[in-house]
Design a protein around this ligand. Structure first.
Ligand code: SF4
Length: 375
């Protein structure tokens, strides 16, 4: 079990032994593939800010997104939390109606498809993953054991008061759309209650799928970056290969060497980061990859184009910091204060990182993200 710094959300972080599951990036992905648990997940926002019938993009812009949003009606699904991107009700066909509908030549995913859609998921994260009593969870739960708050229809019985009930970690977690993929594609829409013989395999596949979808998230972003044009061909190939891997059967997925695949993607993303940041004056000198910046005073710091890959920024004061074009892949932003910070065009940010941080109305977040409700 690797060593990581665990943060209790109330003061100075302490060094403890444990694992994290939801941090992103090279260093954390190295640990993440070993276990996908919710132990040690950081403080979150005021909940998933789930607004029935509206997507994350709609909540930001007030308009319908340009992409086609497909939905599946699942009774009660809106009560289970999702950090962002909830699509529910509306009666449209689900994007994953079953394996038979999936093209053998996988389409390149849109980033909108890499967001949790609880309406199409069988509450997998609420069963498959373990968690431990901490600042983020009110009780212990073993992997494979349904959370006591999980309803029979896979909704969360305390959705509207997760933070008050001590489940802040649930409001941070994001499966990058892996939950609905496993539920509707890998297992063809048969849930683990209807088919309990599939439960073990289904729960084993979730962390694998989540890692693949997380990689898809980064690769999809990289392909939008003009400065990364020299490697767009490799990115496209890697994206298609990763998407192809997600369409494997339960046995294929369970036996997949995700670590090896991730290492290849990671190296590619590093080249993307260097290409993009090379165009930022002074960025080459801003290498803080893996730096221990816990509680650091970085108020109004010029971190434009900096590499903060895997940096520990827990409870750091980043108020007013310039993080434009900064590489934040895997940076631990739990309780980091981003009030007034500028995250425009930052690289490889995830909604989970944002949800775990603090911020305010003056924080500038990239367009693809939802401003956490607790800011
Ligand atoms: S409290 Fe339980 S049921 Fe609700 S979101 Fe968290 S794990 Fe799922």
């Amino acid at each position: 079990m690797p060593v990581q710094r665990e943060y209790d959300g109330a003061g100075t972080p302490e060094v403890q032994v444990g694992e994290t599951a939801f941090a992103e990036g090279e260093e954390r992905l190295d640990r993440q593939h070993q276990s996908d648990s919710v132990v040690g997940v950081a403080a979150a926002g005021d909940g998933p800010s789930c607004q029935p019938g509206r997507t994350a993009a709609e909540r930001i812009t007030g308009a319908r997104p340009p992409y086609a949003v497909l939905r599946l009606r699942v009774r009660g699904a809106h009560r289970r939390p999702v950090p962002f991107g909830v699509r529910e009700n509306g009666g449209d066909p689900h994007p994953y109606p079953g394996r038979r509908s999936v093209s053998p030549t996988p389409a390149v995913p849109e980033r909108a498809d890499l967001r949790a859609d609880c309406a199409g998921c069988f509450g997998l994260c609420c069963v498959a993953l373990p968690f431990a009593v901490s600042a983020d969870f009110a009780r212990d739960k073993a992997a494979g054991e349904p959370c006591t708050h999980l309803d029979t229809d896979f909704g969360c019985g305390i959705h509207s008061r997760l933070r008050q009930e001590g489940y802040r970690g649930c409001t941070v977690y994001d499966c990058f759309g892996a939950g609905q993929k496993v539920s509707q594609v890998t297992f063809g829409g048969r849930d683990w209650r209807q088919a309990p013989e599939t439960a073990g395999a289904m729960f084993a596949v979730l962390p694998v799928m989540r890692q693949l979808h997380e990689l898809l998230w980064y690769l999809t972003e990289a392909l939008t970056l003009p400065a990364a044009a020299p490697v767009h061909g490799e990115l496209r190939a890697s994206l298609e290969h990763t998407e192809h891997l997600t369409l494997g059967g339960p046995d294929e997925l369970a036996s997949l060497d995700v670590a090896a695949h991730r290492d290849g993607v990671s190296a590619l993303l590093l080249r993307v980061s260097e290409l993009v940041r090379a165009g930022v004056p002074g960025a080459r000198h801003q290498n803080r990859r893996g730096a221990d910046l816990m509680g650091a005073r970085l108020r109004r710091a010029n971190l434009r184009g900096a590499s903060l890959r895997g940096a520990l920024l827990i409870a750091a004061d980043l108020t007013g910091a310039d993080l434009r074009t900064a590489d934040l892949l895997g940076a631990d932003l739990r309780d980091a204060d981003l009030s007034g910070a500028d995250l425009t065009d930052c690289l490889f940010l995830t909604q989970s990182q944002l949800n775990a941080a603090k911020g305010d109305g003056a924080t500038r977040v990239p367009r693809a993200f939802v401003r956490p409700a607790h800011w």
